[in-house]
Design a protein. Sequence first.
Length: 77
Amino acid sequence: MRPLPGRYAPILLAMLTALMMSFIMSGVITLLNLGLVEDFLLRWMAAWMSAFVVAFPAMMVVAPIARRIVTRLTGAA
């Protein structure tokens, strides 16, 4: 498998971050709201898909802003 061109790195980073964070957070929130109910996994997966639909575009907007803030706070380029 050939690697993707570097120009896709910001999109891939946003997608993977959104996938992982929405997976973790939807699981935690579903567990806190429902407890370990019989259909927990099904409800979690439904919540995850809904969360990812919001998380990915949000990451595309928020990541560059966060990167600029970190650069200003740390002086790192």
